[in-house]
Design a protein around this ligand. Structure first.
Ligand SMILES: NC(=O)c1ccc[n+]([C@@H]2O[C@H](COP(=O)([O-])OP(=O)(O)OC[C@H]3O[C@@H](n4cnc5c(N)ncnc54)[C@H](O)[C@@H]3O)[C@@H](O)[C@H]2O)c1
Length: 377
């Protein structure tokens, strides 16, 4: 197949492109080599050797039209990806993610040739994941109340009876309640792709990636990737700081598994709905405190975990994937146990350059009241 990967020079893109090339596909990459992700050197990574690379922004419709020549499948990864940063760089995020997606769709319409679209969306669109309440059954709480967070009341309560609730696997039909600007832009991308794809008959697959980790993740971009943040601090002998009480959880899925799922999604059998939405996660929650502990153990560092009682606007408490649909429609099940993935990640990070820019990133959030410490903690 002739495949265009937008954002193909990024973390997930690089792994995907390498795999697709290895399978004999013809791959083109369109990437702006954003300085925040790639540093100021702005060179395409060596991992893309064999791909046809175009340096350009997806909002540049001339570049985009050139990049789309002869293409049968577009994997749309290009995006700004920092949840915290999106809360104060609203225009930048909406412009890159939503106008960027609009440019892609507009160009596809004008090209008048059939194409398949695979969109990298995010678990962020759910906001808080699903929970179960003993009395009320499956419930979907909204974003947490800032007053409660300020009192160090971290867990959301049942939106019906206000009782205690327990996290449950979140399936694709759960309500989307984005809690950050980034999440809202990802949901808008989904809507744009589904609507335009439906109207013009482009088979569309929306992959809601959960927390992706693995070798090649930027160690210098302080706005994304919790492992990178932990690693850069520990390597510099600083304590690993975890927010809230450290019991908040995420679903960590190894990048090779995400690539395996994405390559399966490139094929769209006729017996499946024209627009599919699929969770791509490992299907198990891991608390952030446990993740920090595992990294310290595997990394052999002598640093403490500092449970800060601090919190960021836009963060959710728990969300993990119900993976049944991806298993059924793609035959995809994540195969990499967290410990194996962390070992691979650490072996790679030990050879990579890193810069600890987390303090500067937190300063931006603090100055805007988006990063606070609970008073009742
Ligand atoms: N990494 C995760 O945990 C995760 C989780 C859920 C969803 N996603 C989604 O997966 C996709 C890829 O994420 P990633 O982790 O590889 O991010 P990344 O930041 O490593 O890569 C994104 C790439 O897109 C490029 N880019 C950004 N804006 C662009 C523009 N306007 N035009 C052209 N190129 C542009 C950047 O230069 C970069 O190479 C994103 O859409 C992201 O929202 C990632």
């Amino acid at each position: 197949m002739n495949i265009l990967v937008t954002g193909g020079a990024g973390f997930i893109g690089r792994h995907l492109v390498k795999t697709l090339l290895g399978e004999g596909h013809t791959v083109r990459v369109l990437d702006s080599l954003s300085e925040q992700v790639h540093g100021s050197s702005a060179r395409f990574p060596a991992a893309l050797a064999g791909a046809d690379v175009i340096h350009g922004d997806i909002r540049d419709t001339e570049r985009l039209a050139a990049a789309l020549a002869g293409v049968e499948v577009v994997v749309h990864l290009a995006a700004e990806t920092g949840v915290g940063q999106s809360m104060y760089e609203v225009e930048r995020y909406v412009d890159a993610n939503d106008r960027g997606t609009a440019s892609l769709l507009q160009t596809l319409i004008e090209r008048q040739r059939p194409v398949r679209v695979v969109l990298a969306s995010s678990r962020a669109v759910y906001g808080e994941g699903l929970y179960t309440c003993r009395r009320c059954g499956e419930v979907s709480p909204s974003s947490r109340d800032p007053e409660a967070l300020n009192r160090a009341v971290w867990d959301p309560v049942c939106p019906i009876c206000a009782g205690a609730i327990a996290p449950a696997a979140t399936h694709e039909d759960a309500a989307a309640r984005p809690g950050s600007v980034y999440a809202a832009t990802k949901l808008a991308q989904e809507h744009l792709c589904a609507i335009v794809g439906g109207a013009y008959g482009f088979p569309t697959t929306i992959l809601r990636y959960f927390n992706v980790y693995g070798p090649g993740q930027s160690l210098s971009n302080p706005y994304t990737g919790i492992l990178s943040t932990f690693y850069t601090r520990a390597r510099n002998g600083k304590p690993i700081e975890v927010y809230e009480d450290g019991r908040e959880s995420r679903d960590f899925v190894f990048v090779a598994d995400v690539v395996a799922a994405t390559r399966r999604a490139l094929h769209h059998p006729d017996d499946q709905p024209r627009c599919r939405v699929l969770n791509i996660g490992a299907g198990a929650p891991v608390s952030i405190g446990d993740l920090a502990g595992a990294m310290i153990l595997l990394g052999g560092w002598d640093v403490p975990i500092d449970v800060t009682g601090a919190y960021r606007a836009g963060d959710v408490r728990h969300v993990f994937a119900d993976t049944k649909r991806a298993a059924h429609l793609l035959g995809f099940v994540a195969a990499t146990p967290l410990v194996d993935g962390l070992r691979q990640w650490l072996a790679w990070a030990a050879r990579a350059d890193s810069q600890d820019a987390t303090d500067a990133a937190l300063a931006h959030l603090t100055a805007r009241g988006l990063y606070r410490t609970a008073k009742g903690g």
